[in-house]
Design a protein around this ligand. Structure first.
Ligand code: BG6
Length: 469
C-alpha cells in the first residue's frame, strides 16, 4: 500500500514566499550602494537588467501591505551585500542597514517571520577587483565579517538565516563569480572548484557565528538539489543516476553537513586536476558546524542515463553539466511534462528530495523556493488568470503535506516568488509571482502591482493552514 499521510500541516507551519534583493529592489546606485557582479551582467539584447527591477526599494511598504493581505506567515528575502558594505568589506553604509530595519519592522508588524538570505548571487564587484573574489581564501573572512555585521544588527529580530543561495548554481556560472575572461573548461573547473571550497569553509564559519551571535538563531544553506532518477530499469542507468547524485546533488551537502568529500567526488576532482587547495582544519570546522536545516529550492529533478565510455560530452558551462563523459547523461522523460523553458514539472520529485535529504543528513528542510515560470497576461480588468500556476503549486503542496504528516521535519514552504521579479535567465518574459508587476523587458510602464488568481488561491491555502489545496 502506498503510504499517503492523511492529516494537516502543524499549527505554525511557515507558509511563505520568496524574493531576492537584486531581482526586486532596483535603486542599484542609490543611498551609497556599491556595485555587484549582477549589476555588470551583460544581458541578452533587449532583456531587462536589474537597475530598476521591481522598484521594491521605493515601494516596499506597498509590497509588505500586500504580504499582510495575503496572510503570509514568512517572507524570505535577501540582503544586498553592497547596500550594507559598498566595497564588499570595510566601511558599513548606515543607509543600507536603515533600509532593512524598515523592511523587518514592517514585516514584524504584520506578523510575518523574516527569513534572510545573506548572499543571493549579488557578490560585491569590488571584492573581485581587490583579490579575485571567491577565488581567494581572503573571501572567507570578508563573507564572515559581513555576516557578523548582520547577526549583530538584526539578530534580535531575525531568527532564520540562509547562508548562500544555490552555491551549486553560482559556481557553474562564470559571471556570477565575477569572471569575465574566456577560460577553457579545465581552467574554469579548477577555479570554480576552488571558489566552491572557499564557500564551504565560509558557510561553516558563518554557521558558527550565527550560533554565537543570534540567540535561538537557525541557519542553513539554500541548495538546489535536482535529484536524479534512472531513465530505465537498466542497472547501468541506475548506477549512472546514483553517480550523478553523488557528483551533482549531494557533493556540497556532504561538505556542509559532514565535512567530507564523497569518495566519488574526490576522485572526479582529482582525475580532472581540479581538487582544490584545502587545509585539514577546514574540514574539522565544517564537521563542528553543520547547518540546522537544509534550504531546498525545488523546481525540477533530472532523469539520468549512462554515458558511454567513449562519449564526448558537449562543452560549456551551465547550472548543471548535462553530461559527464563515461559517467552520466541527462535525458528527457516522457512522463514528466516540461515548461516552455524545458524545466521538468514533477511534484513527486519534491517529496523525493525531502526524503532523500532527511535520510542522508537527518536535518529538517525549509523549502526556500518552488514555483512555475510562465508568460502571464494582465487582462484589461486588472486580473491575471494563472490557473496553470495554481495547479503547479497545489500539486507540490500536496506532496509536501504528505511528507509533513508522515513525519518528515519541514519548517516551512516559501514559494518563488511573492511578486514578479526580473528572472535570472529570462528577464520579464518568465514570471513566477503571485503579484503581477506591470513592466516588461523594454518598458517600465507604471510598475503597478496586480493580484493574480494565484494570490487569492494562496491566501485561502494560508487561511486554512493548508487544508484547502
Ligand atoms: C533560482 C534562483 O535559481 O531560480 C532565483 O534562486 C531564480 O534567483 C529562480 O529567479 C528561477 O530561475 P529563473 O532563471 O527562471 O529566474
Amino acid at each position: 500500500m502506498k503510504i499517503k499521510g492523511n492529516g494537516e500541516f502543524p499549527p505554525g507551519f511557515l507558509f511563505g514566499a520568496s524574493s531576492s534583493a537584486y531581482q526586486i529592489e532596483g535603486a542599484y546606485d542609490e543611498d551609497g550602494r556599491g556595485p555587484s557582479v549582477m549589476d555588470l551582467l551583460q544581458r541578452e539584447d533587449g532583456m531587462a537588467d536589474y537597475k530598476v527591477a521591481a522598484d521594491h526599494y521605493h515601494r516596499f511598504e506597498e509590497d509588505i501591505r500586500l504580504m499582510g493581505e495575503l496572510g503570509l506567515k514568512a517572507y524570505r528575502f535577501s540582503f544586498s551585500w553592497t547596500r550594507i558594505l559598498p566595497e564588499g568589506n570595510g566601511q558599513v553604509n548606515p543607509e543600507g542597514l536603515k533600509f532593512y530595519d524598515k523592511v523587518i519592522e514592517m514585516l514584524l508588524k504584520y506578523g510575518i517571520e523574516p527569513i534572510v538570505t545573506i548572499y543571493h548571487f549579488d557578490y560585491p564587484q569590488r571584492l573581485v577587483e581587490q583579490y579575485g573574489g571567491w577565488r581567494s581564501r581572503q573571501s572567507i573572512g570578508d563573507y564572515a565579517e559581513y555576516a557578523s555585521i548582520l547577526f549583530k544588527h538584526f539578530g534580535d529580530r531575525v531568527k532564520y538565516w540562509l547562508t548562500i543561495n544555490e552555491q551549486d548554481h553560482v559556481i557553474h556560472l562564470p559571471e556570477r563569480l565575477g569572471i569575465r575572461a574566456l577560460l577553457d573548461e579545465a581552467e574554469f573547473d579548477r577555479i570554480s572548484q576552488q571558489c566552491s571550497y572557499h564557500m564551504c569553509v565560509a558557510t561553516a564559519r558563518v554557521i558558527r557565528l550565527c550560533h554565537e551571535l543570534v540567540p535561538g538563531g537557525q541557519i542553513g544553506p539554500a541548495m538546489n538539489p535536482m535529484i536524479g532518477i534512472p531513465a530505465s530499469g537498466k542497472p547501468a542507468d541506475m548506477l549512472a543516476a546514483a553517480e550523478y547524485n553523488e557528483l551533482a546533488s549531494y557533493y556540497l551537502l556532504d561538505l556542509h553537513c559532514k565535512g567530507m568529500f564523497s569518495p566519488l567526488y574526490a576522485k572526479y576532482l582529482a582525475d580532472r586536476g581540479c581538487f582544490p587547495e584545502i587545509e585539514v582544519a577546514d574540514l574539522e570546522e565544517m564537521r563542528r558546524n553543520p547547518p540546522d536545516f537544509i534550504g531546498v529550492n525545488y523546481y525540477m529533478n533530472q532523469t539520468v542515463q549512462q554515458s558511454p565510455a567513449d562519449a564526448i560530452a558537449p562543452r560549456g558551462t551551465g547550472v548543471i553539466k548535462r553530461e559527464e563523459a563515461g559517467i552520466y547523461a541527462l535525458t528527457s522523460n516522457p512522463h514528466v511534462p516540461e515548461s516552455e523553458w524545458g524545466w521538468g514539472i514533477c511534484p513527486a520529485g519534491l517529496k523525493m528530495a525531502i526524503m532523500e535529504l532527511f535520510s542522508r543528513y537527518g536535518l529538517p528542510a525549509l523549502i526556500t523556493e518552488n514555483g512555475l515560470g510562465d508568460r502571464d497576461e494582465l487582462l484589461p480588468d486588472g486580473t491575471v488568470r494563472d490557473d496553470y500556476r495554481i495547479g503547479y503549486l497545489s500539486a507540490h503542496l500536496k506532496e509536501l503535506r504528505d511528507c509533513v504528516v508522515t513525519g518528515y521535519p519541514v519548517i516551512g514552504y516559501c514559494l518563488w516568488s511573492f511578486m514578479d521579479v526580473v528572472s535570472g535567465h529570462d528577464g520579464m518574459n518568465k514570471r513566477y509571482g503571485l503579484v503581477y508587476l506591470n513592466r516588461n523587458d523594454k518598458e517600465l510602464l507604471d510598475l503597478g502591482r496586480f493580484r493574480k488568481d494565484s494570490f487569492h488561491w494562496y491566501a485561502r491555502v494560508i487561511a486554512t493552514n493548508g487544508a484547502e489545496l
